[in-house]
Unconditional design. Structure first.
Length: 196
C-alpha cells in the first residue's frame, strides 16, 4: 500500500465547475441559506425538524464558523451564472485512520433540477479523493428522496445496504435510509461518470 496524501480539512478550497462554484461561506450567503433551511422540502429530505425563527442567530453563527473547523469541510454551492448561493456540500464524520468521511448536501429550491447538485457532488468527491487522499466517501439517502439517490448514482455512489425504519416522517410513516458509498479505486476508473 502506498502512502496517501494527508487529509487536511482545515484548508477551505474554492472548487470551480462549469456551472457551480464551491467555496467557503461568506456573510452574503446567509440569506440564501436561511431561505433554503425554511423550505419544507429541505427539512423533509434532510430529516430535520422544521426551521424556526428562533434558530436564525444560531444558524448564522454556525455558517460563519465553518471556515475555522479543522475536522470537517463545509462549502457553499454557488451558481456561477448568477453568483447566488443555492446550498451546501459537506464532508464530515472524518475518520483519519481509515481515510473515510461522510458526505451530505443540501440544495434550496433555487438550486434544484438543473444539474447543479450533481456537478457539486462531482467537485467535492474529486477533492476528497484527489487532494485529501480519502479511500471512501459514504452517505445516507432517505427512500422518499429518489432525486438525490439518482444524483448520487450518476456520480458513482453504490448502494450498500438499508437502515430499516430509520426516520419517522409525517407523510410516509417509518422511512428507510439507503447507505451508499464510493471508493477511491472506483473513482479512479470512472471519475464520477460511471457507465450505467
Amino acid at each position: 500500500m502506498t502512502a496517501a496524501p494527508h487529509a487536511d480539512l482545515s484548508v477551505k478550497p474554492t472548487l470551480t465547475g462549469g456551472r457551480t462554484l464551491l467555496r467557503p461561506f461568506t456573510e452574503g450567503d446567509l440569506p440564501a441559506m436561511l431561505a433554503a433551511l425554511r423550505d419544507p422540502e429541505v427539512a423533509r429530505f434532510t430529516g430535520s425538524p422544521a426551521f424556526t425563527e428562533d434558530e436564525v442567530d444560531r444558524t448564522r453563527a454556525w455558517y460563519l464558523t465553518r471556515a475555522g473547523q479543522t475536522d470537517r469541510l463545509d462549502l457553499a454551492v454557488v451558481e456561477r451564472a448568477t453568483g447566488t448561493c443555492v446550498g451546501e456540500v459537506v464532508l464530515n464524520e472524518w475518520d483519519p485512520a481509515n481515510r473515510s468521511c461522510s458526505f451530505r448536501t443540501l440544495l434550496g429550491p433555487a438550486g434544484r433540477d438543473r444539474g447543479l447538485g450533481t456537478e457539486a457532488c462531482r467537485l467535492i468527491v474529486t477533492y476528497a479523493f484527489d487532494v485529501l487522499g480519502l479511500n471512501r466517501v459514504g452517505l445516507g439517502v432517505y427512500d422518499f428522496n429518489p432525486r438525490a439517490r439518482r444524483a448520487y448514482e450518476k456520480v458513482g455512489f453504490v448502494a450498500e445496504g438499508v437502515e430499516r425504519e430509520a426516520l419517522w416522517d409525517e407523510r410516509d410513516g417509518w422511512v428507510d435510509v439507503t447507505r451508499m458509498s464510493i471508493l477511491a479505486r472506483e473513482w479512479a476508473v470512472h471519475r464520477g461518470r460511471p457507465a450505467h
